[in-house]
Design a protein around this ligand. Structure first.
Ligand code: TRP
Ligand code: ZN
Length: 900
């Protein structure tokens, strides 16, 4: 005890001495306090956690015979210079010592519990035999058990979590932690001193949510935990990236690699301050200074040219910069940033662009030398979430491995030429959409998707094959498909030959064994598996993808209301099958889906798989455990943009068919217990959702309906939207009850589905037409309806809400579905009609459908049709309506009352 106290005091004095050489006389109280704190924390012999140090500093500052101001100003240094101490009278000195002593005591340094926790009895963990991590319900510190109830003791470092977080996440983090501590899996800590530091300071790795954190922190206040735990970083479930099975297998990034390393790093800074200290002067700091092109205390306005580490977060001070740098160099050194595995490196290029160990050696020799040649045992393998203890047994997750065998070939996708001298090129990773450059792919055109998958609703696991039948439009040495990164691809076969492939985010680059000449048909088969989810937010201004909560909850309850559905615009298909995910490439779909409840047996015999197209067959068989499984096969008859595929599984009831002449109507609704009695009749008779008049009006105005069936799929969930999925529009409960939304989605079958947008910046051609069609329908069926008045009041409403500031002709990806796209789009059409007159307007619309049905269009195509029909020069008109600010006034000649 005396020892500790002396240490504290010595530290203070030493600190003061160190600081007396500082020239910075403008140090604020706050940053001075922080410096003192860092100084205390950095002394490994003190072994003091941050909470304790903070408590101590506060106490001493409040009670010392020198007030804090004085500390700050005495002598040159901060908080107290050597001279200042010298200058203290003996009495003052004694006072100071006793204040320090009381501070030490009050802040809990000598608490029994702390003494124990402080690990005077530290001993290295013994890891042997069948090693396994247990999920514990209690932590040895009671104060942590108030709000948290799931813990994993990983060699004395605890992952702390809560039962609301799915266990596979907790287990994954625990495994990554173990793999970082014992990277060679020999059962011995790679660096026992770093380990000792982390254990003695009770470092924890929280796996939680922000909401949980907000519960936990206040609950620790005033408790033993407040001062005696080590915190550095945490993992956020639902927000951070998790790569189950590891980044190589998942093809996606794993934030655990960053956050857990941040925790372990604290052990390195403190154990080897000369090498890894997080302040100027350490080898790590020197390497960072070189990487940033200078020694910057704070983030410079811009980094010198040639800097390869250029983190520009102004709130991140010098130490924090070192923390991030240490993480980047370690990741490069273990090849975790290799673009063959994830797009992490490319995505981070503004901050760091050294992606591999080889590049690190070339570009950052100081870091390379520190990590590899100084005798430290740092991790060399990428943690994958499956620590194999010394016995070699996997301790990993209950999560099924997404694929049996994962091809990990790196393959060469470079351009190349054959004997005849023909050049073969890499197909591009996007079709060139200005808003969503990653959507779709270049160099080929899909004819048909043959999707054959088995899905287990119990846990949500999907696996199977998708075959793409396509034709090349270029000489290809490689081509890409889009697929969510969490779907693991195990095999790709092109024209019967094994192909190699590379994953990078949602891109799969396939390098066939044989080049594909322009104009040739080819067949690419993909074996893949995983737990489908949503597509990355960058492809979905409104969330989209595969929606499903597993049937079986963690406590083995069966959730009978967990239906599944796939919906999303501009992208959703890549959530569950390889695809050329862009409306420019329409194709036929054959979907063969088997629902197998697998080991978590829950069978709902009356649930249905519903998708676009025709039901070819529905067959009940049994799986390997002799339990019933059902297979549905559907086929489309019309080419369809991938985002217009709907797929759903739930307690859906089919309506009777209704014959409208050329079209057969048939709807689906989730069990009528949630929808009002006899939902189909209710929709038609009570709500007035009558497709007869809708088809009449639209075929009259736009020309024949191009498909032979139509219907809606009504879910009980209130999705908040409907989507014009081809021949079977999907509605949430709230939208299904609104007749005008049925009108809107039906109009999309012409505008959006039959005519598709050439790229997503043309979205007004979908939404403007579908919205104006709502008004055209009312005009046609309601005798007293004055469309001019309606459009005027739309202007007033939109202006009141400020909708029209966004330009429908170029709303930007984030405003793809902004009201301006719908309403200013509709107003554009109405203004056009008033400018060129009804005859020319409706003739133009008919011709537009005739000429561009089955094709993809741009605004220029539409303008050209209208100009050719009307003979008018409309360049300025469209410019001002689609791209001008402010929005023009509606013309009103010939219409009354015109209230302008
Ligand atoms: N196109 C849909 C409509 O206006 C709306 C929509 C946009 C949407 N993005 C979506 C629906 C994503 C579902 C999912 O009818
Ligand atoms: Zn719409």
């Amino acid at each position: 005890m005396r020892q500790k106290l002396l240490l504290f005091f010595t530290t203070l004095v030493l600190f003061a001495t160190a600081c007396s050489t500082t020239t910075d006389d403008e140090i604020s109280d706050e940053s001075g306090r922080e410096q003192l704190l860092q100084e205390i924390l950095a002394d490994p012999e003190l072994g003091v956690s941050r909470g304790l140090a903070e408590c101590f500093i506060d106490y001493v500052v409040d009670n010392s015979p020198l007030d804090f101001e004085q500390w700050n100003t005495l002598g040159e240094g901060y908080p107290v210079s050597a001279e200042a101490l010298d200058g203290l009278s003996e009495e003052e000195m004694e006072d100071l010592i006793s204040v320090v002593a009381i501070g030490v005591e009050d802040c809990g340094l000598f608490d029994e519990e702390y003494e124990d926790a402080d690990g005077g009895d530290y001993s290295p963990p013994v890891v042997s035999g069948e090693f396994n991590f247990e999920l514990l319900t209690e932590h040895p510190f009671d104060c942590l058990n108030q709000e948290l109830d799931v813990f994993v003791n990983v060699f004395g470092i605890y992952v702390i979590s809560h039962s609301s977080v799915p266990t596979e996440y907790v287990e994954h983090s625990a495994n990554v932690l173990a793999e970082f501590m014992d990277n060679d899996a020999d059962g011995v800590m790679d660096d026992p001193e770093v380990h000792r530091f982390l254990v003695e300071n009770n470092f924890v790795v929280p796996v939680w949510t922000e909401a949980l954190r907000e519960e936990v922190f206040p609950s620790l206040r005033g408790t033993f935990c407040e001062d005696n735990l080590g915190w550095a970083a945490s993992m956020y479930y639902g927000h951070d990236d998790w790569a189950f099975g590891g980044i190589k297998q998942a093809g996606t990034w794993d934030t655990n690699l960053e956050e857990i390393w941040h925790v372990i790093s604290v052990g390195w800074y403190n154990t080897y301050p000369e090498y890894f200290g997080d302040r100027t002067g350490s080898r790590l700091a020197d390497a960072m200074d070189a990487a940033r092109g200078g020694r910057f205390q704070t983030v410079p306005n811009s980094y010198p040219e040639g800097a390869w580490y250029s983190y520009d977060d102004y709130t991140c001070d010098y130490s924090c910069q070192i923390h991030e740098y240490f993480y980047w160099i370690l990741m490069a050194n273990i090849d975790a940033l290799d673009p063959a595995y994830t797009s992490k490196c490319a995505d981070s290029k503004d901050e760091w662009y050294v992606c591999t160990k080889d590049e690190l050696q070339q570009i950052d020799p100081l870091a390379y030398d520190l990590l590899n040649n100084q005798g430290f045992k740092l991790p060399t393998r990428i943690p994958s979430g499956s620590y194999r203890g010394p016995s070699g047994r996997e301790t990993s997750p209950t999560v099924e491995e997404p694929a049996e065998e994962v091809a990990e070939q790196k393959c060469d996708a470079s351009s190349d030429s054959d004997e005849t001298g023909t050049e073969f090129q890499k197909g591009s990773k996007g079709v060139g959409d200005p808003y969503f450059p990653g959507l779709g792919n270049g160099g080929y055109d899909v004819d048909r998707y043959l999707i054959d998958v088995t899905w287990q609703p119990g846990d949500g696991y999907l696996d199977g094959w998708t075959t793409i039948e396509a034709k090349t439009t270029e000489n290809l040495s490689s081509f890409n498909v889009d697929l969510n990164a969490n779907m693991a691809v195990s095999e790709v076969i092109v024209n019967g030959e094994e192909a190699c492939f590379i994953r990078e985010g949602t891109e799969v680059t396939v390098v066939p064994a044989t080049n594909l000449p322009v104009g040739s048909e080819f067949e690419a088969r993909f074996a893949y598996a995983g737990f489908p989810g949503l597509v990355p937010a960058e492809y979905a201004p409104i969330a989209g993808g595969w929606y499903h909560e597993p049937f079986i909850t963690e406590d083995n309850m069966v959730q009978r209301n967990n239906i599944m559905y796939v919906v999303g615009e501009p992208s959703s298909s890549m959530a569950w099958h390889p695809v050329n995910d862009h409306p420019r490439d329409r194709a036929q779909f054959r979907i063969e889906m088997t629902v197998d409840n697998g080991p978590n047996y829950v069978y709902f015999p009356d649930w249905e798989v519903v998708t676009n197209g025709y039901l070819i067959s529905k067959e009940e068989t049994t799986n390997t455990q002799n339990l019933p499984v059902t297979t549905w096969i559907y086929e489309t008859r019309y080419p369809q943009a991938p985002y217009l595929t709907v797929l759903a599984y739930g307690p859906f009831t089919e309506s009777d068919e209704e014959d409208l002449g050329d079209v057969t109507l048939r709807h689906w609704a989730q069990n009528a217990d949630t929808l009002p009695g006899g939902s189909f009749a209710y929709a038609k008779e009570t709500l007035g959702i009558d497709y007869g008049p809708m088809f009449e009006v639209f075929t009259d105005l736009f020309g024949p309906y191009l498909y032979d069936t139509y219907g809606y799929l009504a879910l009980s969930d209130s999705l908040g939207f409907a989507l014009e999925t081809q021949t079977l529009s999907i509605f949430g409960y709230g939208t299904w009850t609104q007749p005008f939304i049925h009108v809107h989605e039906l109009a999309h079958q012409w505008f959006g589905n039959y005519i598709t947008v050439d790229n997503w910046s043309e979205i007004w051609l979908n939404e403007g037409f579908a919205t104006y069609s709502e008004y055209l329908f009312e005009e046609a069926v309601a005798p007293d309806y004055d469309i001019f008045l309606e459009m005027r009041s739309l202007v007033t409403t939109g202006e009141a809400y400020g909708w029209f500031a966004i330009l429908p002709g170029d709303p930007g990806p984030e405003n793809l579905f902004a009201p301006a796209v719908y309403f200013r789009g509709a107003l554009t059409l109405h203004a056009l009609r008033m400018t060129i007159g009804d005859d020319a307007f409706f003739a133009s619309v008919r011709k537009y459908v005739d000429d561009f049905g089955g094709k993809s269009v741009t605004t220029a195509d539409f303008v050209q049709v209208v100009e050719s029909v009307s003979g008018a020069d409309l360049e300025d008109f469209f410019d001002s309506w689609l791209f001008g600010t402010p929005m023009p006034d509606l013309p009103c000649e010939g219409y009354s009352p015109c209230v302008q």
